[in-house]
Design a protein around this ligand. Structure first.
Ligand code: NAP
Length: 253
């Protein structure tokens, strides 16, 4: 398929729904071969079926990003099916506690850091040898506007997203030595299952909308163009940066 990602192979984690699904679809529409994944086989099957019906070049498999053996399988199967790996989009995250930050249970804190930060780091670290074989690569971390301005009631989740901005900065110079770039996307409030709790409560929604200059929530598709740009050679001279996709919500540390 022609397109700015023609010839590239991309992995997108947590890509059977929401932002990850929209990114997987967009990368494939722009010509990449894409490996779709998430924890549940039936979600993988449905996502792959939907994308194949659009004549997109995708395969899928189960990968819980916190499981080392799942990550290995994800890389091995992608290489087996598509011949290598050029692009990694680390998109999986969870928010396991809602309430005052000081009341966050220790196991929730650990789970969020394990999934949102450690798994992203492990994916980046473990994919390097495959990108080195291709001579270059592009990694994209999905952070959040909450990385810049922590959201009340999801304080530790916000902190994990700030940590990803740090990870981006820490890894950029080291990866550059391998001709691999890394950048972040920081979505604002995007209509997905993840943001349902906020968007289904009218009062909370109105408060949120009052902070968004464009006056509306974003869609997963509106995050996908930024991912395609960062995956492509159009961003060849960008590394260690973050693109904020937030309808104007302030992104600044
Ligand atoms: P979503 O619509 O709820 O989609 C979640 C996806 O993640 C599903 O495909 C799910 O499939 C998969 N998943 C969940 N846990 C996983 C795990 N441990 N390993 C692999 N896959 C997993 O979520 P979303 O809103 O698109 O969020 C995607 C990313 O954007 C997250 O990093 C989130 O922090 C970030 N973000 C979202 C918003 C927003 O407003 N929505 C704003 C800023 C940033 P399975 O159930 O099959 O695993």
């Amino acid at each position: 398929m022609a397109g700015k990602l023609a010839g590239k192979v991309a992995i997108v984690t947590a890509s059977t729904d929401g932002i990850g699904f929209a990114i997987a679809r967009r990368l494939a529409q722009d010509g990449a071969k894409v490996m779709v994944s998430s924890r549940k086989q039936n979600n993988v099957d449905n996502a792959v079926k939907a994308l194949k019906q659009e004549n997109l070049n995708v395969e899928g498999l189960v990968c819980h990003v916190a499981k080392k053996e799942d990550r290995s399988k994800l890389f091995n199967e992608t290489v087996k099916k598509f011949g290598g790996i050029d692009v990694l989009v680390s998109n999986a995250a969870s928010s396991t506690y809602f309430g005052p930050t000081l009341n966050t249970p220790e196991d929730s804190y650990d789970k969020m850091f394990d999934l949102n930060v450690k798994s992203s780091f492990m994916l980046c670290k473990e994919v390097v040898p495959e990108m080195e074989k291709r001579g270059s690569g592009s990694m994209i971390l999905v952070s959040s506007i909450a990385a810049y301005t922590p959201m009340s009631m999801i304080g530790i989740y916000s902190l994990t997203k700030t940590a990803l901005l740090g990870l981006n900065k820490v890894l950029a110079p080291e990866l550059a030595a391998h001709n691999i770039r890394i950048n972040c996307i920081a979505p604002g409030i995007i209509k997905t299952k993840f943001s349902n709790a906020l968007t289904q409560n009218e009062d909370a929604l109105n408060v949120a909308l009052s902070t968004i200059p464009l006056g509306r929530l974003g869609t997963p598709e509106e995050c996908s163009g930024a991912a395609s740009f960062l995956a492509s050679d159009d961003s060849a001279y960008m590394t260690g940066e973050t693109i904020v996709v937030s309808g104007g919500m302030t992104g600044r540390l």
